[in-house]
Design a binder for this molecule. Structure first.
Ligand code: MN
Ligand code: MN
Length: 386
């Protein structure tokens, strides 16, 4: 037990060595469980869950997995799905997420690869776009859509505006056909029942489909008109807000008009840098860690605070109004998404709040050095510093 790489639950003379049984790999990934800062206190719910700890639904042409309120009970406002659609196979097919709709809106960030996405709205206007790394799409609740990998396949994270969402209960076109009387299908489409002899007898979900032709050759002209690129936003093409040790890009209904129920910030922090102490005055925050390692302490009032260690593939969560920071504790760039079930991204900076409050009042509370108070930032940079 003397291995210095194995964290021991001993801090400042308190605690004692863990002689096992223990899961050393997990303890090493979450040192702030065994070595919590002395400022942590009280009972707070879990606010971290890894996509590595969930069942993967394997399908022809891809896979999916989800972190919802079932895995992370505190996460009531948003749920996430991580999905892979396979690259072109020897038959010239790529993976597709079948034509479907659901009760929740769907927001997505493309992690790698390329896809073609389609949708049709309630006014009969259609949408089709190709998306690549760093692109977003947004489908309002109830709007039918599909996602098909292009030649190189793709992997993305989907965010739904309800923690109770599950990918396993969406409305799929194959499922509906399979559960409608053949005579009704025949009447609806004005053809003999024999036309439905080959329909699937259950939901397809993910499956192989011939690779789509070039975008220009595949456009269906709608008499009601098209939606252009209304449901797509090229997030990484946006010039970022640059700070000394990181960057921030924000997409919400102010610049991604369609995204009326989901707002996001994509944050990059260099090693040692930190997303400043802040909170959100409108709603809970759901996080997805794209790369790197981090720690976050959540302040919950009543003297309660808890620190969580995050890494790529993790979901984090901060309940409404609770104070927090996110610090890059690794040796590579930390990248993560801050997601909100809201039309706008909004945050309140601790430092800016104090900067714009009479200094004597701040001083009377906190007994801070005068030069610190004089240097507080009055501008709103979404500060990332070290
Ligand atoms: Mn969907
Ligand atoms: Mn935040």
């Amino acid at each position: 037990m003397s291995n210095p790489d194995v964290p021991q639950p001993i801090v400042a003379g308190r605690g004692g060595p863990d002689t096992g049984p223990r899961d050393v790999l997990r303890d090493q990934q979450a040192p702030d469980n065994t070595h919590a800062p002395s400022t942590d206190r009280g009972t707070l719910p879990n606010m971290r869950f890894s996509f590595s700890d969930v069942h993967v639904r394997l399908q022809p042409g891809g896979w999916s997995r989800e972190v919802t309120v079932r895995e992370l009970p505190v996460a009531t406002t948003l749920a996430g799905v991580n999905m892979k659609l396979d690259a072109r196979n020897e038959r010239g097919e790529t993976g597709v997420r079948e034509l479907h709709w659901h009760k929740q809106s769907e927001w997505s960030y493309m992690l790698s690869g390329h896809a073609s996405v389609t949708a049709v709205d309630a006014d009969g206007r259609n949408f089709m776009a190709d998306v690549g790394p760093g692109d977003l799409w947004f489908f309002p609740a109830g709007i039918p859509h599909s996602i098909q990998a292009l030649e190189d396949g793709c992997e993305f994270v989907l965010v739904f505006d309800d923690g109770n969402f599950t990918e396993n209960s969406t409305f799929s076109v194959s499922d509906w056909f399979a559960h409608t009387p053949r005579a009704v299908l025949a009447k609806n489409f004005g053809v003999p029942e024999s036309a439905f002899a080959s329909i699937p007898d259950e939901e397809l979900y993910l499956f192989w489909v011939p690779e789509p032709p070039g975008h220009d050759e595949d456009v269906i002209a709608s008499p009601q008109g098209g939606l252009g690129e209304a449901f797509v936003y090229r997030l990484l093409a946006q010039p970022p807000i640059k700070t000394a040790h990181g960057t921030v890009r924000i997409a919400d209904s102010s610049n991604f008009t369609a995204s009326t129920t989901t707002a996001c910030a994509f944050v990059e922090i260099e090693p040692g840098g930190m997303r400043e102490l802040h909170w959100h005055p409108n709603t809970d925050e759901w996080q997805y860690y794209v790369s790197g390692e981090a720690r976050m302490t959540v302040f919950a009032a009543e003297g309660k605070a808890r620190t969580f260690d995050m890494r790529a593939g993790d979901v984090g969560y901060v309940p409404f109004a609770m104070g927090h920071y996110i610090e890059n504790t690794g040796s590579e760039t930390l990248r993560f998404l801050e997601m909100f079930a809201s039309d706008r991204f909004r945050d309140v900076s601790l430092a800016q709040w104090l900067a714009l409050t009479p200094p004597e009042l701040v001083q009377a509370h906190l007994k801070l050095p005068d030069d610190l108070i004089a240097r507080l930032p009055k501008l709103k940079p979404v500060v990332v510093h070290r």
